[in-house]
Design a binder for this molecule. Structure first.
Ligand SMILES: O=C(O)CCC(=O)C(=O)O
Ligand SMILES: [Fe+2]
Length: 351
């Protein structure tokens, strides 16, 4: 079921997306293949997830339409100055992604947010949540700026939330969880509190990247349950192989999504699945074009997350004498606030 593709396995989830055509034992086999990949690496590529090539083209098409708008139009749906709500448009250099390691090692009087910003992220992003989210309200462009964008993205959110459920059920099947453990796993997915993110990395000269004034996206882990990501044919996403301690490129493969474990599934499984450290760099084979530099890139991650009020605890099944508990219970909302604290310059009420 798992095929090797430049060492990142691709797992076919058709037995879950098209259950009528497959047997229970096909589902078990596919689930086990997924669990094996996630246990070994913390990430995998998935196919057979039910999102067609035409859907993928359409998603990237809308994202391009959005980012092609003049900045003055995009700024009609501005992300607020602080980290919450994490909604709307952020222009180049506004949001800063970082890892927990980056938060440490600063002098007590140092402005950590400013120190992190010495290298800015050369990307623009637009954040969308569920229309039914009771904590964060979407920030939409006025309808006449990009007609059809809001209904398309609202439907896309719902669609990807379903794919997220399918992935989680494949994980639960592969782990062969009993009914109670399975329902605890399912609580790591709230249809209303996940996040759809549109990302655009404009072209940039190699010189700028080499002088280390800018990065596309520095190494970090995602803090939700898991992430499903679509990238265009340019590539650039790299994930750390924890065994080899080297980054593996997620070479774009038509129709596949990249799945990576986030901090909540790591805690839930006591490191049986490790949260994948990943970054966006410039693929080795990319040729810089004179004047414009390295070509632009688009990606669309969907972050599956628990409800904000949910306290994530490790499943006893993953605790033993050889693997003692590593993590205490954590309320997802508190954890997210801690991780997002420096993402925007105005740290809002989370300071
Ligand atoms: O653009 C990508 O491929 C990665 C995006 C990502 O890791 C993130 O937004 O957390
Ligand atoms: Fe990420």
């Amino acid at each position: 079921m798992a095929a090797l593709n430049s060492t990142i396995p691709t797992v076919d989830l058709s037995p879950f997306s098209d259950p009528a055509s497959f047997s229970t034992s096909d589902r078990l086999q596919a689930g086990r293949a997924l669990v094996l990949a996630l246990h070994n690496l913390g990430f995998a590529k998935i196919s057979g997830h039910g999102v067609s090539l035409a859907d993928i083209e359409e998603m990237l098409g809308w994202s391009k339409k959005l980012f092609n708008l003049p900045v003055s139009e995009k700024m009609k749906a501005p992300h607020p100055p602080g980290p919450m709500p994490h909604r709307g448009y952020s222009g180049l250099g506004v949001e800063k992604v970082y890892s927990t390691d980056d938060m440490e090692g600063h002098a007590p009087d140092e402005d950590v947010g400013e120190a992190l910003r010495k290298i800015s992220d050369f990307k623009e992003n637009y954040e969308i949540g569920s229309e039914y989210d009771d904590q964060q309200t979407n920030i939409w462009l006025p309808d006449d700026v990009l007609p059809g964008f809001r209904p398309y993205m609202t439907a896309l959110y719902e669609r990807l939330a379903e794919v997220g459920k399918l992935v989680l059920s494949a994980i639960g099947t592969g782990l062969e969880l009993g009914i109670d453990d399975y329902s605890a796993l399912m609580q790591l997915d709230s249809d209303r509190h996940s996040q759809l993110r549109l990302l655009h990395y404009p072209s940039i000269t190699k010189d700028k990247l080499q002088k280390e004034l800018f990065t596309r996206l520095p190494a970090h882990t995602d803090w939700g349950s898991f992430t499903m990501l679509l990238q265009d044919s340019r590539g650039g996403l790299e994930l750390l192989d924890p065994g080899a301690q080297s980054f593996l490129p997620a070479i774009p493969e038509e129709g596949t999504l990249v799945l990576n474990i986030g901090d909540m599934l790591q805690r839930f499984t006591n490191d049986y699945f490790q949260s994948a450290l990943h970054r966006v760099s410039v693929p080795d084979n990319v040729v810089a074009v004179p004047d414009s530099g390295i070509p632009e890139r688009y990606s669309i991650p969907f972050f599956v997350a628990p409800p904000p009020s949910h306290t994530v605890t490790t499943l006893p099944k993953f605790i033993s004498a050889e693997t003692p508990a590593k993590y205490g219970p954590v309320r997802f909302e508190d954890y997210g606030a801690m991780r997002a604290k420096y993402a925007y310059q105005d740290r809002g009420s989370h300071e």
